[in-house]
Design a protein around this ligand. Sequence first.
Ligand SMILES: Cc1cc2nc3c(=O)[nH]c(=O)nc-3n(C[C@H](O)[C@H](O)[C@H](O)COP(=O)(O)OP(=O)(O)OC[C@H]3O[C@@H](n4cnc5c(N)ncnc54)[C@H](O)[C@@H]3O)c2cc1C
Length: 405
Amino acid sequence: MDLRYGPEYERFRQEVREFLAETWPLSGEEAKLERVQQSARFRKRAIARGYLARAVPRAYGGSEQPPDVLRASIIREEFARAGAPLDVGAPAAQLIPTLVAHGTEEQKRAYLPGTVTGELLWCQGYSEPGAGSDLASVQTRAELVDGEWVIHGQKIWTSYAHWAEMIYMLVRTEPAAAGKHAGLSYLLVDMQQPGIDVRPLKSLNGDSHFNEVFFDGARAPADRIVGRRGQGWNVSRSTLQAERNAVATADTTLKQFSELLELAKSTRRNGRPAIEDPAVRQRLVEIEGYVTSHEYSSHRQLTCAARGESPGLIGTMNKLVGTDIATRMARLGLEISAEGALDAPYHHAEMLTGGSGEANPVARFLHSLSIRAGGGTSNIQRNIIGERGLGLPRDFAVQKRKAPA
Ligand SMILES: Cc1cc2nc3c(=O)[nH]c(=O)nc-3n(C[C@H](O)[C@H](O)[C@H](O)COP(=O)(O)OP(=O)(O)OC[C@H]3O[C@@H](n4cnc5c(N)ncnc54)[C@H](O)[C@@H]3O)c2cc1C
């Protein structure tokens, strides 16, 4: 197996490195801007060079590059190495491919340019109190009244809803449709309007990242449906696949592992660096085995993409395994952290601008648990792998719910 990229791609890597050395982090007056604005300025330059928004046409603010998974992989590696913002934050990053694939011309022109730079902030309104893993049970409804959608219902766990300007949401527009997957639509809605009440939920770490969002007569123009009316389930599948592919990538895992090694070298435990403690070394070696296997699965995923073959369920496996490794690393980091480290600040806002998020080891550990649920819990990934990958019988609980009375 030859894992080298070859001279043409190594030249490209060098170009990306030079660009990053010149442009990130921002300097002078620009370095005083808010993080989101800094990130947007940088992203505009990176788009102009063809490094970001590669699959988005220029007419919609992207850099419209020919598909090249090796270049894309080099960009990911180099941006991660430089700590430069790569994604625009989970909700918007997932919407971009969905809008490119299913949006109307007007929707693409209106929303993609601000979304790819990160200036237009989105949140994702899928989950409801009775619809999480079983997402097709969404009850929030939208009715067409005098040419506008009028929305009633409740969403929950809506990340960043307290900052977002727009929400993309799954709503029931055809309540009489047969089957819960039918009759849903994918709707784009302005957040700043009467009829929307955002109530932040306090997390264990004291942060407010999630929200409950109540809709009581909120409105959206009739042409804000993405894809066909009543076909929102299929549209939401493309957003969810993008989310699963983006969570716990091998680049993130490798970066977190190198941070863990640094922590083990720089923190003293029982009078010597933690990395010299045999118990810590044993755990690090175990984790390194998982990290390496994750890295090699992502090479397999890349090889499939480069050959134009379907990667099958490797993305789902990577989400399951990558989030599990993140928890193992965060738990060990928490155990060996130096006294005083627990006072380190916690900035969830960094997640929006592509940063790794947490300097505080407790927050990092809690976050590692929560990403196991985002985009579908680990159990749900296991069900998908078992049923679609291994051909096992369908989940017993689901079969039971579907059985005739
Ligand atoms: C960090 C984070 C960010 C999130 N951001 C958003 C967001 O922005 N927008 C949004 O809409 N949602 C968001 N969510 C919600 C997330 O999508 C849901 O938490 C997730 O889908 C699980 O749903 P639930 O919480 O209702 O749990 P439930 O579905 O009630 O599940 C509870 C437990 O039962 C298990 N379970 C359920 N069904 C099965 C089954 N069939 N087989 C085996 N086990 C099962 C689950 O694995 C879980 O352990 C976010 C969640 C997290 C943690």
